[in-house]
Write a protein that binds this ligand. Structure first.
Ligand SMILES: C[S@@+](CC[C@H](N)C(=O)[O-])C[C@H]1O[C@@H](n2cnc3c(N)ncnc32)[C@H](O)[C@@H]1O
Length: 245
C-alpha cells in the first residue's frame, strides 16, 4: 500500500478536510504517459475525476514551504484544478493569489473551489481568474500586477509550460521564485530550462512526479530530502537540470 512521505525538515498543514472527495487514486489506471507509477507514494485524485492528480503530500510540503518564504507577497498560480494546491499557497500566507484556472468559469466548480478557500480562511486573498494562461497572465501583468512567487501546473503539453514560464517571468519582482510540478514530462522540464537560459538559478526536487524551482534575488528554495525508501531515477530530460546552477 502506498504511503505519504514528507521530508523531515518540512511540514504542512492538514487541509484534506476541505477536500471531501479527495481519495487515493489507482495508479495502475493512470494514462498520462510520463506518470511515475513506480514511486510508492499515495497519488491523490478527486473521486469524480480519477485521471487528474493533485500534488502529493511530499510535493505539497515543498510548495507550502517555498511559498512561506514569500508570505505577505503576491502570488500567481497557473492550473489549480479543484484548489488543493491553491489552498496550500494561501495557507502559506501569500498576501494575494491570482488563480488562473479555466474550470473556474463553471459556477458549480467555482462554488466548491470557493468553499475550500473559505475553509482555509483566505477568501479575501484569493483572486479567481476563470481563463487560460498565458493570455490571462499577460492581461494581469500588463494591467500592472507583479508577483513574487508563481506555481505552474497548467497545460503540460508541447510548448505550453515554456510559454507559461517565459510569460510569467516578465511580470515577476526582482526577488522571485517559480515552482513547477510534473518535470516527469519533458515539456514541463523545458519550461525550467528556458528560465535557466535566462539566468535564473534552478534546482530539481526528486518527488513522485518531480518538481523544479527557478529563483533569483535574495532568496533560496527550501531543502528537501527525497524519500530514502524509494529507488529514485531521473529521466534523461532532467539530468542537466538536476546538476544545479
Ligand atoms: C494537474 S491539474 C492541477 C492540479 C493542482 N495544481 C493541484 O495539485 O491541486 C492541471 C490544471 O491545469 C488547468 N489548465 C490547463 N490548461 C490551462 C491553461 N492554459 N491555463 C490555466 N490552467 C490550465 C486544467 O484545467 C487543470 O485544472
Amino acid at each position: 500500500m502506498s504511503t505519504d512521505y514528507v521530508s523531515d525538515n518540512l511540514a504542512l498543514p492538514d487541509l484534506s478536510g476541505h477536500f471531501p472527495n479527495m481519495v487515493a487514486g489507482d495508479k495502475t489506471k493512470a494514462t498520462w504517459p510520463y506518470f511515475r507509477k513506480e514511486i510508492d507514494h499515495t497519488w491523490y485524485v478527486d473521486r469524480r475525476d480519477p485521471q487528474i492528480g493533485f500534488i502529493n503530500k511530499d510535493e505539497a510540503a515543498i510548495l507550502y514551504a517555498n511559498a512561506r518564504l514569500f508570505a505577505g507577497k503576491s502570488g500567481l498560480e497557473i492550473g489549480a484544478w479543484r484548489g488543493w494546491s491553491s489552498c496550500h499557497l494561501l495557507a502559506a500566507g501569500l498576501k494575494t493569489l491570482h488563480i488562473v484556472e479555466p474550470k473556474l468559469a463553471d459556477a458549480d466548480w467555482r462554488r466548491e473551489f470557493a468553499a475550500a478557500v473559505e475553509g482555509v480562511g483566505a477568501s479575501d486573498r484569493a483572486i479567481f481568474v476563470p481563463g487560460f494562461s498565458p493570455a490571462e497572465v499577460v492581461r494581469l501583468g500588463e494591467s500592472g500586477w507583479r508577483w513574487s512567487f508563481a506555481f505552474i501546473d497548467g497545460d503540460h503539453d508541447a510548448d505550453a509550460p515554456k510559454i507559461d514560464a517565459l510569460t510569467t517571468s516578465r511580470f515577476l519582482e526582482p526577488t522571485a521564485m517559480i515552482l513547477f510540478h510534473d518535470l516527469a514530462s519533458p515539456y514541463v522540464a523545458a519550461g525550467l530550462r528556458a528560465l535557466r537560459g535566462q539566468g535564473w538559478r534552478t534546482l530539481v526536487y526528486q518527488t513522485a512526479q518531480i518538481m523544479g524551482a527557478a529563483w533569483r534575488g535574495d532568496i533560496a528554495p527550501v531543502r528537501h530530502t527525497p524519500d530514502p525508501k524509494q529507488k529514485w531515477r531521473l529521466p534523461d530530460h532532467v539530468a542537466d537540470l538536476a546538476k544545479g546552477s
